[in-house]
Design a protein around this ligand. Sequence first.
Ligand code: NDP
Ligand code: MG
Length: 385
Amino acid sequence: MSRTISILGSTGSIGRQTLDVAEQLGLTVAALTAHRSVKRMEEQARKFRPTLAVLTDGPAAKDLALRLADTATKVLGGPQGLAEAATLPQADTVVTAVVGTVGLAPTLAAIREKKRIALANKETLVCAGELVMDAADRYGAEIVPVDSEHSAIFQCLQGSGDRREIRRLLLTCSGGPFYGMAYEQAGKMTKADALRHPNWTMGPKITVDCATLMNKGLEVIEAMRLYRLPLSQVQVVIHRQSIVHSLVEFRDGAVLAQLGTPDMRLPIRYAMTYPARGENPALPLDLLSCPPLTFSAPDREAFPCLRLAEEAAATGGTACAVLNAANEEAVRLFLAEKIGFHDIPRLVSRAREAAAVTQNPTLEEILAADRAAREIVWKETERLS
Ligand code: NDP
Ligand code: MG
């Protein structure tokens, strides 16, 4: 089946790789969105001729409208543009590749229209995973993960309909650029150091999350929500080579893994073609030229963000929304070089201590917890400076 896709966050790392895959598979592109990357959006719109192009930043959208005036593409701005892109009738699939909680509202809107969600935006599942998964069940919308670990698990689970057969999910983790460092040494690392990831080229926020191991913490919560499993059944394993993308251990002791080169276009392609598999022009994995595959335990002392995420996952309710929002703000401050590397877990920890937890929260309560966590981080940062 040839899909018609809308991409939320098309100018980013995942968005651009999705357009590569769309071109290779001959998919139709219905809508593209970004925040304020006018030039890149103009190039994408001229090449893929979507019905709709959205920039959420108002002035940037006005500029884009002028640039695309000679084309048939309609241009919109603001969050309502994002919502329109997520629900455009001609698209059957929505790729959520924006970064941060901003992805939540359009993901829910797309679910209500029964779109297939090719989900890259993990922050959405971390802050409101139960609501998102319940809505997907209610409306019969498919959620196919794009995150490489979750795609690996999704692939390993094909043919296994009964969740009770799963003993454990084993999430692999590259360890990031500061692997092997002690706490004190990691604390001296700068923005430039953090942006040098050994195996993947990604947007700045997730690259910093990989350095702190918060990315793996967010992925533990993402896996718990996607597969409706408790924390005790999700284990993180360091695997430096990023060849084994994750594993599932079943109750009979069998362990299935998905392997591949570290290339996000593979899980993106699978989210487009699932349950079939499309042709991939990239070079295949050559096991004979691979380095030895190694596995070890993560260091939660040197990288406290993983522990903080697991604690929030165990607490449940609004704790994960607080963790996620505080982390987003702390990473923003780190990228602006206003705080140090270990201030990220410090600020997340302060937000978690200061915010009361509401169990079984409504969407409004989740959004309020998200706002409150950001305010705590801003106030704490003023005290730091
Ligand atoms: P990027 O930073 O590269 O791209 C983010 C995209 O979202 C851009 O198109 C950007 O537009 C847009 N955007 C940013 N802020 C806003 C906003 N406030 N409102 C609307 N749109 C916005 O991120 P990545 O592609 O790296 O990551 C996207 C998501 O996928 C994240 O949730 C990440 O965790 C997840 N992910 C990424 C992987 C990767 O390999 N990159 C792997 C697995 C998951 P603009 O260009 O105009 O700023
Ligand atoms: Mg991942």
